[in-house]
Design a protein around this ligand. Sequence first.
Ligand code: FE2
Length: 325
Amino acid sequence: MAVRDENNISHLLATCGNHDLDSRHKQNKFDPRGFLKALEPPFPTPGAKKHEAIHLEYWANNFSIIEDANWRLLNINSCAYHGYGESSEPELLHGRISDYTLDAIEARLGEVVSASPQKTNICLFHHHLRDVSSDEFEDKSTMKGANRLIKLLSKANLGEWFVLHGHRHRSDLYCAGGNSAPIVLSCASFSATRTGDENNPCPNQFYVIDLDTSQTVGFSKVKGTIQAWNWTPGTGWQSDASIPGGLPIKTGFGYRGDLHAFSDRLCEAVNADGRVTWQDALARFSELQYFMPSDLEALNGILSLRPEIVLSLEGTRIRELVRNA
Ligand SMILES: [Fe+2]
């Protein structure tokens, strides 16, 4: 609660991670979630009373929906079955969203989104949607049911969605599919070390996300910017320099346009002015702030093939574009 009060935050909300539960029955032989439910202030909705539906829903239905004037948050317990499952296939090894839960979410979202389709949609849970396997590392802990959840949150009649998750401690920012698919932020760890997880290239990070909630009509669009803070040994938390493997210190999400058409417009500006810096481009094309790192890389790839301009980069970001003399 100190985090909320000292930073003037209106809502402090959490979600359940695998290490929050006593799924290995070290403290209690039969109730992996008991002590978490007993916490005071209440978890995961510290602002609510324990008997309030908004709090009980999360534990009873494995999800809850919290709404404010401009946004709604779908909070899913991806650890709902930890402590259960057959001993040969324990649930604690992965996340899960069941078909029952997905059916219930779909029914509830149908009601709340049609009542106020313009609200910015945020979905929060712990486990990841895509496995992060490599030749050296086999990832078996992805959330089961993830594909159906992505499909559900891609339905255009439920508006666009911004998804936040953790678990694998690897930062990533991506669109999970087609034109109306959710935009997903996979968060790095705030404090866990990489001991035992040496394949993880990501530093400790936390994020300040600025979601545009100004929309007042139509189905919600998701766009915003992210400032990443990196833990730097000897310095502490800093947001002055990006660290390879992590999310850049400044990035965005929500641009869903045609990159080739955008590069044409950018090149027209370079041809007209002779030189365009990143700041010039941002001032002229405000949508550039909503490009994800992968979009910027794709744009750079297109621009590098244009013979009429010279592209110079700073990380994945354009430093300047100069007309080729
Ligand atoms: Fe986890």
